[in-house]
Design a protein around this ligand. Sequence first.
Ligand code: HEC
Length: 156
Amino acid sequence: MKVLVFVLPLISISCSSATAVGTDAAMPDEAGVTPDTGTEATEDAGADATQPTVNFADVYAIISSKCGACHTTNGNGGLRMNTEDSAYTALVGVASAECDGETRVIKGDAANSMVVKTLKGTAGCSVPRMPKSRTALSAAEIATFESWINAGAERR
Ligand code: HEC
C-alpha cells in the first residue's frame, strides 16, 4: 500500500514537468527529488513483503507454561522438553513412543502431526488430550502450533 503513496507523487511530478516544458528553473529540483523518493519506496516494499512468522520460541513459550513437569522432569510418554533446544529435538521428525506409525511433528503437515492431534484429543490411540487432566489449550494456542508446523517447523 505504501508504494502507491510514493508512486502517485512521482506521476504527478511527471505530469507537471510535461506541462512546464520550457520552465528551466523547475527541472533541477524535480530531478533531485525523484531518486530519494524512489529509494524510500523500494525500502518500504521490502518491509511489506516480510510476513509475520511463528517462531519455535512462540511455541516453546506455550509448552513451558502448559506442559509442566509431566514433560520435563517426569518425561511422560517418553517426551522430555526441558529446554527450547531439547524440545525441538524431541519433537521434529521423531516417532511417537506411545502410538505406532505416528510422528510427533511432521514438517509442513500439522494435520498429521501427533502433537497437534493430542492437543485436540484426536490422537486415536492410548494418548488422551493434552495437557492431560488439565484445561485444553485455547484455539489460538493450538493455531500457534499449527502455523509453525505448516510453515516448515523451522528452528528459529
Ligand atoms: C499432567 C501431566 C501432563 C501434562 C500437563 C501434559 N502431558 Fe503430555 N503426556 C502425559 C502422559 C502421562 C503421557 C503418556 C500417555 C499417557 O499415559 O496418558 C503424555 C504423552 C504425550 C504425548 C505423546 C508422546 C509420544 O511420543 O507418544 C505428546 C505429544 C504430549 N504428551 C504432548 C503434550 C503437550 C504438548 C503438553 C502441553 C501442552 C502436554 N503433553 C501436557 C502427561 C502430561
